[in-house]
Design a protein around this ligand. Structure first.
Ligand code: NAD
Length: 319
């Protein structure tokens, strides 16, 4: 049974993944290369736990217990020596990942499972220099990882069948919603779907069809409102596949088909307009606005999580 979790990398994703396991009752050690990075992660987790208390998701005692289950260390050997599951969340650089895995092979318990939070690398590439004897898997979390339920799981033919089952059960234990891919594919599932949509969203603004604000609203108050409960395939089936055949036949030929990012994103990046990072993208952000927007987003995600949770618990009404 998996009890001790080690997270390698305390950045945007590692800290959120660590928080999810700690709130779920597991002991977690977070490892990074500098104490200052770990201190930043500790502060961020503290703030996020406080926000969950504020939203009524956790009591003050539960917050303290969760925080006390997390330890922080720059000593990698110490961090993984007891770990049953080691989740790698270091930057998306294949050489960095390979070097780390080679080190982990030397220092981890033989039975420990290693997983990667990679957004883009196929599992066969990740394991080119290490095998981990069938105990390697991809666990792809979504930002903010302490609030978004989805985790995409990718295994290799060589992965022990019980490893995927064990990891999936563990993720369900902490309230996550894992899905297992049947085959490797670039971008997995959710990022392929998002990419198709985001490319078209920016392209619509570039063509002058609507403002960025209204393009966003077209999703948050339209399809996005449905998608929290009814996915695109079921939505199409509710609408009728004959109707959707016409919709796709009529619209698909006119969609943006850029091979890379649409022109408008290339222009913004060339101008140094990277979004919240630089205070400007299609929207502008000044002063405290970024932090306020992130806090508001997280409060809304907590509420959505609560609604989804209670909807799952309520018995379906009978006619
Ligand atoms: N940011 C996202 O939205 C997102 C979403 C899903 C998946 N991912 C993937 O998750 C992984 C991590 O992304 P991130 O955004 O958290 O990156 P990040 O840059 O925010 O954090 C990475 C952390 O890893 C640390 N690190 C680097 N080398 C290390 C080593 N050898 N040992 C220990 N720590 C080390 C860094 O110091 C840094 O703190 C990447 O593979 C990324 O593609 C990111």
């Amino acid at each position: 049974m998996m009890q001790n979790i080690a997270i390698i990398g305390s950045g945007v994703m590692g800290r959120g993944i660590a928080q999810s396991f700690a709130v779920g009752g597991y002991s977690v050690t977070i490892n990074d290369i500098k104490t200052a990075f770990l201190e930043k992660a500790r502060q961020n987790i503290e703030d996020n736990l406080s926000l969950m208390v504020e939203a009524g998701q956790l009591t003050n005692d539960q917050k303290k217990e969760a925080a006390s289950r997390i330890s922080y260390s720059i000593d990698q050997k110490d961090s993984v020596s007891d770990a049953d599951l080691i989740i790698e969340a270091i930057p998306e650089d294949i050489n960095m990942k390979w070097n780390l895995y080679q080190n982990l092979e030397q220092i981890k318990k033989p039975e420990a499972v290693v997983s990667s939070n990679t957004s883009t690398f196929p599992i066969s590439k990740l394991t080119e220099k290490t095998s981990f004897d069938g105990r390697f898997i991809i666990t792809h979390f979504f930002n903010p990882a302490h609030l978004v339920p989805l985790v995409e799981i990718v295994k290799k033919d060589e992965t022990d069948p019980e490893v995927a089952d064990e990891v999936i059960n563990l993720l369900k234990q902490i309230g996550k919603s894992p899905i297992l891919l049947k085959k490797e594919i670039n971008g997995f599932i959710a990022n392929r779907l998002q990419t198709a949509l985001v490319r078209e969203a920016f392209s619509l603004v570039d063509k002058g069809i609507a403002s960025a604000e209204d393009v966003d609203k077209a999703i948050t108050d339209g399809p996005g409102f449905r998608w929290a409960f009814v996915g695109p395939i079921r939505t199409a089936e509710f609408g009728g596949l004959d109707t959707w055949k016409h919709v796709i036949d009529n619209i698909a030929p006119e969609l943006d088909k850029s091979e890379g990012a649409p022109e408008i994103i290339n222009r913004l990046v060339a101008e140094g307009k990277l979004g919240t990072k630089t205070g400007e993208g299609l929207f502008t952000y000044s002063g405290n606005e970024v932090q306020e927007a992130l806090n508001q987003r997280d409060r809304q995600f907590v509420q959505l999580g609560q609604i989804k949770q209670s909807a799952r618990l309520e018995p379906a009404s009978e006619n």
